[in-house]
Design a protein around this ligand. Structure first.
Ligand code: NAP
Length: 346
């Protein structure tokens, strides 16, 4: 039988994935206690969802690194979806600003849940970066699965000058902290971890400028706004998934009893490149033909390892949206945001 879930704590709820998770829960009539550090974002989340006012609570919390940060928020909840985690470009204090908040924030969720018998399950957002070995990433014959773990060390993540290397370590060590807790403490709740690939899709969280977009949406935005850029913007990871499928995966992971104790990669079999994003947009939109460089139109996506997203899709009941759907449904929204931002600053 599925666990009875009526109130869920969602951390990172005002972020790109978090807001979709909140909406997926609310759509099902499940009450949400959502956390953010920002009062302004909390107020905006509520203003954007007036029909859910009675089912949506917003709690302003301190930084994830604060001891006991979730002690109050956890009270009375049946489940937790822990999404909050830092990804900071240009940060030099990797340990204090990225690694410690990611790892200690995760431990705080588990320590808080341990004291509350009402908590039945924790769903933790990890990432494919916690599974991949960068030395094998360019090998198209490799498929990473949920049994794989990144070989990155804590020291490498701490000393890295590339923010994405630090991020890879933060995701790995935060997820490991969760599984270690489960093994050592054998608590009354169980754990599911979700490892999404690069998420694109509509933005439903509070964002007023393109510079505030989350990191992966900014990858798509860079192509949408790639006026005259040569070569086209691109990214080192090519595995894609729609954010709405990721949100669905989190909620199903919370509700389906058979998901308990498992780690799922959530990734469409499709891969992307900056060129493919440009091709999709240029084929559909006249503005894109005028503004986005043609580049090497039709060039295949460079070979890269795959990520086994079918098990997660099967167990959690996900049918992955196509890259084309995701891109075409998001790009106009990003342009509109940019136009509004221009009007606001005029
Ligand atoms: N987007 C992707 O493609 C992708 C793929 C795989 C995994 N993920 C994972 O999914 C999660 C959400 O990513 P996202 O793309 O939705 O990012 P996002 O929009 O930047 O959201 C991240 C959230 O984490 C919270 N947060 C960050 N640092 C914090 C700190 N030090 N203390 C407290 N809260 C903090 C932020 O809350 P505030 O409202 O307080 O700022 C924000 O709401 C992350 O765990 C990320 O690693 C994302």
């Amino acid at each position: 039988m599925d666990p009875q879930i009526s109130l869920v704590l969602v951390t990172g709820a005002t972020g790109f994935i978090g807001a979709h998770v909140v909406d997926e829960l609310l759509r099902r009539g499940i009450k949400v206690r959502a956390t953010t550090r920002s009062l302004a974002k909390a107020q905006q989340m509520l203003r954007d969802r007036p029909e859910h006012a009675s089912n949506l609570q917003l709690h302003v919390i301190k930084d994830l690194a604060t001891p006991g940060v979730f002690d109050e928020e956890i009270q009375g909840v049946d489940g937790v979806i822990h999404i909050a985690s830092p990804l900071i470009q240009g940060e030099t204090d990797n340990e204090r600003k990225v690694l410690i908040p990611a790892i200690e924030g995760t431990k705080s969720v588990f320590e808080a849940a341990k004291k509350h018998p009402s908590v039945k399950r924790i769903v933790l957002t990890s990432s494919i970066v916690a599974t991949l070995d960068p030395d094998r990433l360019s090998d198209g014959s490799v498929t990473f699965t949920s049994k794989d773990w990144s070989p990155i060390t804590y020291e490498e993540a701490k000393e890295a000058t590339d923010f994405f290397i630090t991020y890879r370590g933060a995701k790995k060590f935060a997820e490991l902290a969760a599984w270690d807790f489960m093994q050592k403490e054998a608590p009354h709740f169980d754990l599911v971890t979700i490892c999404p690939s690069v998420c694109f899709g509509p933005v439903v969280h509070p964002v007023s400028k393109t510079s505030e977009l989350n990191f992966t949406t900014s990858i798509l935005w860079d192509v949408v706004a790639a006026r005259g850029t040569d070569p086209l913007p691109d990214f080192e990871l090519r595995a894609y998934v729609d954010v709405r499928d990721v949100a669905l995966a989190h909620v199903e992971a919370l509700l389906r009893s058979e998901a308990g104790g498992q780690r799922f990669i959530i990734s469409s079999p499709e891969k992307f490149s900056g060129q493919l994003l440009a091709d999709i947009l240029r084929k559909e939109f006249s503005w894109a033909r005028e503004e986005i460089p043609k580049g090497d139109e039709g060039a295949p996506v460079p070979e890269e390892a795959g990520f086994e997203g079918q098990t997660g899709a099967r167990v959690l009941g996900i049918r992955y949206r196509s890259l084309q759907t995701s891109v075409l449904e998001t790009a106009p929204q990003l342009r509109e945001l940019h136009q509004k931002e221009g009007l606001a600053s005029a």
